[in-house]
Design a protein around this ligand. Structure first.
Ligand code: DGJ
Length: 750
């Protein structure tokens, strides 16, 4: 509900209150963003500058409280005494916007440009501010667990004005915070790094043309005592896939100014008289229940209001993807063989990745030419997809429509369609970007992708992008607007196609792409130990249903790490499960294990994909209220490990629960020469006998089965001990490095 009482605006849901007032100078002053409060609390929660701080600029010489520099503001101009960073810059001009009126409407205010918007039940406050030659509208859209803000600037003067910067929001929060950002690069996404926000500005930004794997646009601010379960945490994110910028800085008065929007670096937009510029939507979330509470609010918002409505709550298929198993080396026979094997394992969707069109036999040629390679696929896409469907599988296809190889028919026909900067071209992965600011380029992509999609029964698309932009500022923004237009034209009329966005893995894991694609390929790094960091980083801001997570081969291509198949599965369970390896090379024991993994995942898929996610001492848990699945993950083991306690959050204290560990197989071969201690015959660790036995037989790890009350589980139950070099039996977990378990915790009825 949004109300206005004597100049005090109160945006309140059951989850948060956001309060600000219009002061006597027409300046919106921020009052509160946090736990729900009453409108009457406005005075108690407002900053009280008293007689001010001394020699500052004041709007009114008779009023020491009229010093903008010392107030908590909702927005700030420049050149009027507030020396903190301004969310708006007009070239060579000061700005001074004052309140002229407001409107409260049901629903959101539609954008005029192609930027995506959150959707669903909401209410919007439109706050209009003006100066002599411009109008600024600040939009506040209230969703149950998040507030969405954006700004629109209109040139109301009679001459052009140059806009160098316009943030989606600006906010001054009282308090001292640490900022958590999620940084990295290719195969190393979403590493959380914390920086204290004091007098020096802390910036989280991307300049690659994408939201980027270097610095995800989502970030957190938290108070020093915040934990997973308690304390004040704020979360911010942007519905945008291009260059982004966020800054936080604390003032002398103890106010932390936060802003986020399109990166102003090299950005410049001339606005003709009457012309408007719209920013992307920014998401503001808060919780007094720690990081866990913040993630819950963010997840709910993303699941209910960001991902396309058709896919809200819909189970995602277990997929097989051809990339890591085949790379470019396949033909119809090989693909059908893989599909048969994938079906037998329990997969539901077969995805043909890169290499199916033009002269795309490696990454040097063919990108841009969406004509099926008949040498590889003699029956075309229609024939291949029909065979796959006849096996009872759905069919999905990879595209990379935004890029072009110079060695392609498309580039030879239209060299001018590539994005250039006036200097000799520089390539990334042997490719250039297409100039999506050109209508004819957008039409080419829409027509070609649509043609293929309509030529066969394709129920899934992986939309890849592997080239960073060279375009700067406003051109980079126009490129992203072009991309959104293209995505809307292709997938708007085909909502039932499951779109998975990808950009060299998680180079564009952002809320802009999630408005079109319900899931994103989180990383080209499928090593489960690396995924513990990547998926945990994502979990702060994005729900599990948005995270593509696959089991691949070991040793792993990016780390050379050898990990148990059980752990590869246990980690991928906490996302949208897929398999991406050469299925022909699987051993009989691995086939058995994968079948069991997929069957287990399907049984609890909705809890894994849509359950409430929590980070715990030993790993992660998901829960739908009745069923909880808790993952316990180990990295390097130490000798003589101590007792381990599993704490399960969110259970009913008086209710009894059954706890079962997912049974796991132990590969005999991993014991090598140690087998001589238990075997009646002397087994040669390098001999044929062990190799043969290892293909077909495994040792049981035993399972955990106990009952406990919710109170005991919340306090922490003792797990079976880990292997301690004192022998093998089923009373302990025989796991070496990188071992893991998944515990099923179910309410006992009656
Ligand atoms: C990069 C993606 O991240 C991979 O999953 C794969 O689709 C390749 N591109 C294909 O070229």
């Amino acid at each position: 509900m949004i109300t206005e009482t004597n100049g005090v605006f109160h945006i309140q849901t059951g989850v948060y209150s956001y309060l600000f007032k219009i002061n006597s100078y027409g300046i919106p002053e921020h009052i509160h963003f946090g736990a729900p409060v009453k409108t009457e609390d406005a005075f108690a929660l407002s900053c009280r500058p008293g007689l001010g701080w001394g020699s500052n600029i004041v709007l009114n010489p008779d009023d020491t409280t009229s010093c903008l520099d010392t107030l908590a503001l909702e927005w700030s101009g420049s050149g009027r005494g507030d020396y903190r960073e301004s969310p708006l810059e007009l070239a060579g001009k000061s700005s001074d916007f004052r309140y002229v009126g407001s409107k409260i409407r049901e629903g959101s205010a539609p954008m005029a440009c192609s930027l995506p918007q959150a959707h669903g039940d909401c209410q919007t406050l439109e706050l209009t501010l003006e100066q002599s030659d411009a109008r600024l509208i600040l939009y506040y859209t209230a969703y149950p667990t998040a507030l969405v803000r954006r700004a629109v600037l209109e040139n109301t003067g009679s001459s052009p004005m140059v806009l160098n910067k316009l943030m989606s929001f600006c906010l001054d929060l009282p308090g001292t915070y640490t900022m958590a950002t999620f940084n990295g690069g290719w195969i190393a996404e979403m590493r959380r790094q914390d920086v204290s926000v004091r007098g020096s500005k802390v910036v989280n930004e991307s300049l690659t043309g994408s939201s980027s794997n270097r610095h995800n646009p989502g970030f957190l601010l938290f108070e020093a005592d915040a934990t997973e379960d308690a304390g004040r945490v704020y979360g911010f994110n942007l519905l945008y896939s291009g260059n982004h910028y966020a800054a936080a800085q604390q003032s002398l008065q103890g106010l932390t100014r936060i802003m986020q929007g399109i990166n102003p670096s090299n950005f410049s937009k001339e606005l003709a008289p009457g012309e408007k510029f719209e920013t992307p939507e920014a998401v503001l979330c808060c919780s007094d229940r720690g990081f866990g509470g913040l993630s819950e609010n963010m997840h709910t918002f993303v699941s209910d209001h960001v991902i396309p409505a058709y896919w809200r709550g819909r189970p995602r298929p277990v997929l097989y993807n051809s990339w890591e198993g085949c790379v470019f080396d396949f033909n119809q026979r090989r693909l059908l063989d893989l599909a048969r094997r994938a079906k037998d394992l329990g997969c539901e969707l077969f995805v043909l990745d890169d290499g199916w069109f033009g002269a795309r036999n490696n990454d040097k040629a063919g990108l841009g030419d969406y004509t099926v390679n008949k040498k590889k696929l003699p029956e075309g896409m229609e024939g291949l997809s029909q065979h796959i469907q006849d096996m009872g599988l759905e069919f999905g296809l990879w595209f990379e429509p935004e890029s072009v190889n110079p060695d392609s028919d498309l580039y030879r026909a239209h060299p001018g369609w590539a994005l250039t900067d006036g200097f000799p071209e520089v390539q990334g992965r042997n490719q250039l970007l297409l100039d999506l600011t050109k209508a004819e380029v957008r039409d080419y992509i829409v027509e070609n992708v649509s043609r293929i999609l309509d030529s066969a029964k394709i129920s899934y698309v992986k939309w890849d992008m592997n080239r960073h932009s060279i375009a700067l500022g406003a051109k980079a923004h126009d490129f992203i607007l072009g991309l959104y237009e293209v995505l809307g034209r292709i997938f708007g009329p085909r909502p039932e196609i499951l779109l998975e966005s990808c950009s060299s893995g998680g180079n564009r894991f952002d809320l802009g792409m999630l408005c079109f694609s319900p899931q994103v390929w989180a990383s080209d790094d499928t090593d489960p130990i690396e995924r513990l960091t990547i998926q945990e980083g994502l979990s702060y801001l994005y729900p599990q249903s948005t995270v593509g997570a696959h089991v691949s081969a070991a040793p792993h291509g990016q780390t050379l790490r050898q990990t148990p198949l059980s752990t590869r599965g246990n980690v991928a369970f906490f996302g949208c499960l897929g398999y991406e390896l050469d299925l022909k090379q699987l051993l009989p024991v691995e086939i058995r294990e994968i079948k069991a993994q997929i069957a287990f995942y399907k049984q609890y898929r909705e809890v894994f994909q849509y359950g409430r996610f929590r980070r715990t001492e030993l790993g992660w848990q998901v829960s739908d209220g009745k069923t909880t699945l808790a993952g316990v993950f180990h990295t390097l083991v130490h000798a003589a490990p101590g007792y381990e306690q599993l704490r399960v959050r969110g259970l009913k204290t008086d209710t009894m629960y059954r706890v079962t560990a997912l049974s796991q197989a132990i590969r005999v071969g991993q014991f090598g020469g140690l087998l001589k201690h238990v075997s009646p015959v002397n087994v040669d660790p390098n001999g044929v006998l062990l190799r043969v036995v290892d293909r077909y037989f495994t040792l049981p790890e035993g399972t955990e089965e106990l009952t406990a009350s919710g109170a005991a589980l919340g306090s922490g139950i003792m797990l079976r001990p880990l292997f301690r070099g004192t022998g093998y039996d089923q009373s302990q977990r025989t796991q070496g490095d990188f071992g893991s378990d998944v515990y099923l915790v179910e309410e006992i009825e009656g």
